[in-house]
Design a protein around this ligand. Structure first.
Ligand SMILES: Cc1cc2nc3c(=O)[nH]c(=O)nc-3n(C[C@H](O)[C@H](O)[C@H](O)COP(=O)(O)OP(=O)(O)OC[C@H]3O[C@@H](n4cnc5c(N)ncnc54)[C@H](O)[C@@H]3O)c2cc1C
Length: 179
């Protein structure tokens, strides 16, 4: 499981849990996250817990006639990537451009390439989730060298080049093997 903490405003913070156990609730996570538990223990909940199912899904076709799919309806990545909204916004820009040119196949191609990297990350993170030893070692390397994490994140959100990513991967690999 993972817990995300996101500031929403001066007096409100969002705490979200993602788990592969559908019965797990936030209070079940506190024993593993004592520092976070201590910080939120006295918080005043603004509402009841809400839940959702997350899936990775790809469609072979995104439009027919005058119907075009975008956002999660057009394929989705596991919530573990934190990429759903970003992808939706990028798809919307690609869709607007293709509508302007009247070529929806351009939208479909752009959509496919946007989803490809997010799916690769989703598979990698889910795989790490199932392999505790590798995950612990990887997290150890990233916490020792937070710059590495920042550079991986930049790649994940499309803000670094393939060469920068290769250099980051190499540096990570070296540290992982010697960890
Ligand atoms: C647990 C979880 C955590 C996530 N965490 C993140 C995160 O940290 N960062 C991030 O970027 N993304 C995250 N996502 C993904 C993100 O929520 C989605 O990618 C995003 O909401 C997709 O937006 P959308 O408008 O395409 O679809 P939705 O937000 O699903 O909107 C579709 C809307 O259509 C409505 N609807 C459905 N059927 C009908 C109908 N027949 N008639 C009328 N209305 C209908 C639904 O009620 C819904 O309101 C997470 C998802 C989950 C499940």
């Amino acid at each position: 499981m993972q817990v995300y903490v996101t500031p929403l405003g001066e007096e409100e913070t969002c705490v979200a849990l993602i788990s592969d156990n559908p019965r797990m609730r936030l209070e079940d996570a506190w024993s593993e996250l004592p520092e976070l538990a201590a910080r939120v223990r006295d918080a005043d909940p603004r509402g009841a817990d809400r839940g959702g199912v997350t899936v990775s899904r790809r469609l072979s076709r995104l439009y027919r006639g005058n119907v075009i799919l975008t956002g999660d309806a057009s394929g989705s990545v596991d919530a573990i990537t934190g990429e759903g909204l970003c992808l939706s916004f990028r798809q919307a820009i690609a869709l607007a451009e293709s509508l302007a040119s009247g070529r929806l196949n351009v939208f479909q191609a752009a959509h496919r390439s946007l989803l490809k990297e997010a799916h690769a990350m989703s598979r990698l993170l889910a795989w790490l989730g199932r392999h505790g030893n590798v995950r612990r070692r990887a997290l150890q390397v990233l916490s020792r060298d937070p710059g590495l994490f920042t550079r991986f994140l930049a790649k994940h959100v499309g803000q670094s080049s393939a060469i920068e990513f290769a250099a980051t991967g190499l540096s990570f690999g070296r540290q992982f093997l010697s960890a």
